[in-house]
Design a protein around this ligand. Structure first.
Ligand SMILES: NC(=O)C1=CN([C@@H]2O[C@H](COP(=O)(O)OP(=O)(O)OC[C@H]3O[C@@H](n4cnc5c(N)ncnc54)[C@H](OP(=O)(O)O)[C@@H]3O)[C@@H](O)[C@H]2O)C=CC1
Ligand SMILES: O=C(O)[C@@H]1CCC=N1
Length: 286
């Protein structure tokens, strides 16, 4: 059975990730979500979320009341993992039996949501912040009820407005995916910061160093995406194409790829994120 769903979407928690998803959904150019279908549920809106609500006229409520909940067929949970369990009981009292629940919280497993919302269709998704400009990636897993009701496709239609959806069949892989793509944008931003600082340390004016670093990260990312799409090269091949034998890049890569260098550091970082995801899911939440 597939339900036709034209009801409202309630986004609970409109902070950094919630606002990034909402920004993606409100982009009409990608078949986005009309502003009058969206409701922001957050005790206080600040920054980009407040601007979005004002600019698009999105309804903003401090909490989800029973009357409004009747119109909600999709509930997206984007509060911090540390507050999730406090937020669930009140929502559980008001959401409809057929409301699709989508959580983007790191670490919190389907089982927690199945306990809070018995019998409901549930999707656990790991988005990332480039979703705000339609350049995100989602890694998702659905519970059995979501599949019984044919709602995987419904969830995908919504999530893919911010970027493609990769479905997992094994929930235990969600932590690794979080360490790669959920947290990943931070590693790339760090690379841009570090590159700019290094340029400055080598004598470039700070503003020029920043412009060079940003253009390099953005240009390399765009080139990688294009080369993978047209099948011309992968990341390792592109790296090699920049590396002239005995040239400047080779000298730099000897440092970055040496013992304890970037590949091993990135592996350690992703493993640390994966471990933290498991801790958040098991209640070690400090
Ligand atoms: N940031 C990211 O890049 C990513 C985050 N995520 C996940 O998204 C979730 C949100 O993270 P992030 O956006 O960074 O965190 P934020 O703290 O920026 O956003 C959480 C929002 O929830 C609000 N909030 C707190 N309590 C309630 C409540 N009872 N009802 C409704 N809203 C409430 C907060 O308000 P206040 O600030 O006033 O407490 C805040 O606006 C997390 O679970 C995280 O794991 C997933 C992928 C990427
Ligand atoms: O740092 C975090 O815990 C969240 C989840 C992935 C990205 N940000």
């Amino acid at each position: 059975m597939t339900s036709e769903r034209n009801g409202r979407l309630a986004l609970v928690g409109v902070g950094r990730m919630g606002a990034a998803m909402a920004t993606g959904w409100l982009r009409k150019s990608r078949g986005g979500v009309p502003a009058d279908r969206l409701i922001f549920i957050d005790p206080g809106l600040e920054g980009p979320a407040a601007d979005l609500a004002r600019e698009h006229g999105v309804t903003h409520l401090a909490s989800l009341d029973a009357k409004t909940a009747k119109s909600v067929d999709t509930l997206i949970l984007a509060v911090k993992p540390q507050v999730m369990e406090k937020v669930l009981p009140a929502l559980s009292e008001v959401v409809r039996e057929d409301t699709l629940i989508i959580s983007v919280a790191a670490g919190i497993g389907l089982r927690t949501f199945e306990k809070a919302f018995p019998g409901r269709p549930i999707v656990r998704n790991m988005p990332n912040v480039p979703g705000a400009i339609g350049k995100g990636i989602n890694v998702a897993i659905a519970n059995a009820r979501a599949d019984e009701l044919g709602l995987r496709k419904q969830a995908e239609t919504l999530l893919k407005v911010t970027g493609p959806v990769e479905w997992l069949e094994e929930e235990r892989l969600m932590g690794a995916a979080t360490g790669v793509s959920g947290s990943g944008p931070a590693y790339v931003f760090l690379m841009a910061e570090a590159l700019a600082r290094a340029g400055e340390a080598e004598g470039l004016p700070a503003d020029l160093a920043e412009r060079l670093a940003v253009a390099t990260v953005a240009g390399a990312g765009a080139m990688l995406e294009k080369s993978l799409k047209d099948g011309s090269a992968n990341a390792a091949e592109l790296r090699r194409s920049v590396t002239s034998p005995k040239g400047t890049t080779q000298a730099a890569l000897d440092v970055l790829m040496g013992e304890g260098g970037l590949p091993s550091l990135i592996h350690k970082a992703v493993a640390a994120a994966e471990k933290r995801s498991r801790e958040l899911g098991s209640g070690e939440k400090k």
